[in-house]
Design a protein around this ligand. Structure first.
Ligand SMILES: Nc1ncnc2c1ncn2[C@@H]1O[C@H](COP(=O)(O)OP(=O)(O)OP(=O)(O)O)[C@@H](O)[C@H]1O
Ligand SMILES: [Mg+2]
Length: 244
């Protein structure tokens, strides 16, 4: 049986002045799928996922997320969608003046999130346990390594029990071993939270470990899609070069 579609993006356009970034791009994400997006720096990968949750307003196109028409919905509906779509920002972006606990509490307070079974402290514990960092709850971000910060940022995303996660460069700045661990963690999170994800990455090890399919973005659209093995063995040198 075909898996349900959880996100459908069609003919999305976005320009900044005369700088045309998205030129009718589209994608479909299925329940349980981890979709990789690869492309040159500055090509518009981050702009694309920001447009999907309207952190940037696209110029035109269609975005359907979990049955909601995102570009037409009102602010209440948009807030509901943003609760269901976790966003792991490029760079992690923890609040440096807040402890790990306070960082994790922040989205709960902002969205007035309530879980049927767990109180706030238990939610914080659960999401830190999911990323293997339970003992960091009282630490400040300055006391954490780069890999630990990524894990806490991921825990902060998980705390609202998202149905979809958008990962923007989840392994940049990490050594190969730690980046492998984060990539494995992305797979574990999918099992545990039953999520579908978009994973933007330059890190081909991450793409190999964590994705089912990869789309290559170029000049405002997706040029080609395939599995890691398919794309790394393609005849097209320009595509293969990403996989070196
Ligand atoms: N808010 C903005 N205002 C104006 N231009 C922007 C804005 N956000 C992004 N851009 C431009 O859009 C283009 C694509 O940026 P984007 O951040 O999506 O690239 P990227 O593919 O994510 O690159 P990287 O791999 O380096 O993260 C760049 O030229 C950037 O300068
Ligand atoms: Mg980017």
């Amino acid at each position: 049986m075909n898996k349900a579609v959880v996100m459908n993006v069609k003919k999305l356009y976005k320009s900044f002045g005369g700088n045309h970034i998205l030129k009718g791009i589209g994608l479909t994400l299925h329940q349980g799928e981890n979709l990789g997006i690869v492309g040159k720096s500055g090509i518009g990968k981050s702009v694309l996922i920001k447009c999907i949750v309207r952190l940037i307003e696209p110029d035109s196109g269609e975005v359907d997320v979990l049955g909601t028409n995102v570009l037409e919905c009102n602010s209440n509906e948009l807030n509901e969608i943003r609760k269901k779509v976790g966003y792991l920002f490029q760079g992690g972006a923890l609040y440096d003046s807040m402890s790990v606990r306070e960082n994790l509490f922040f989205p709960i307070r902002r969205t007035q999130f309530k879980d049927k079974k767990l109180d706030t402290e238990e939610l914080i514990e659960q999401s830190l346990r999911s990323v293997g960092l339970l003992d960091a709850v009282d630490k400040m971000p300055s006391e954490l390594s780069g890999g630990m910060k990524k894990r806490v940022a991921l825990a902060r995303t998980l705390i609202l029990k998202p149905e979809i996660i958008l990962y923007d460069e989840p392994t940049t700045g990490l050594d190969a071993v730690t980046s492998g661990e984060i990539s494995e963690l992305i797979l574990k999170i999918r099992e545990e939270y039953n999520t579908a994800s978009i994973i933007i990455t330059h890190d081909m090890k991450c793409a190999r470990i964590a994705t089912d399919n990869i789309k290559i973005m170029d000049d405002g659209i997706f040029r080609i899609e395939g599995t890691y093995d398919e794309l790394s063995n393609t005849e097209e040198k320009e595509i293969r070069d990403f996989f070196i």
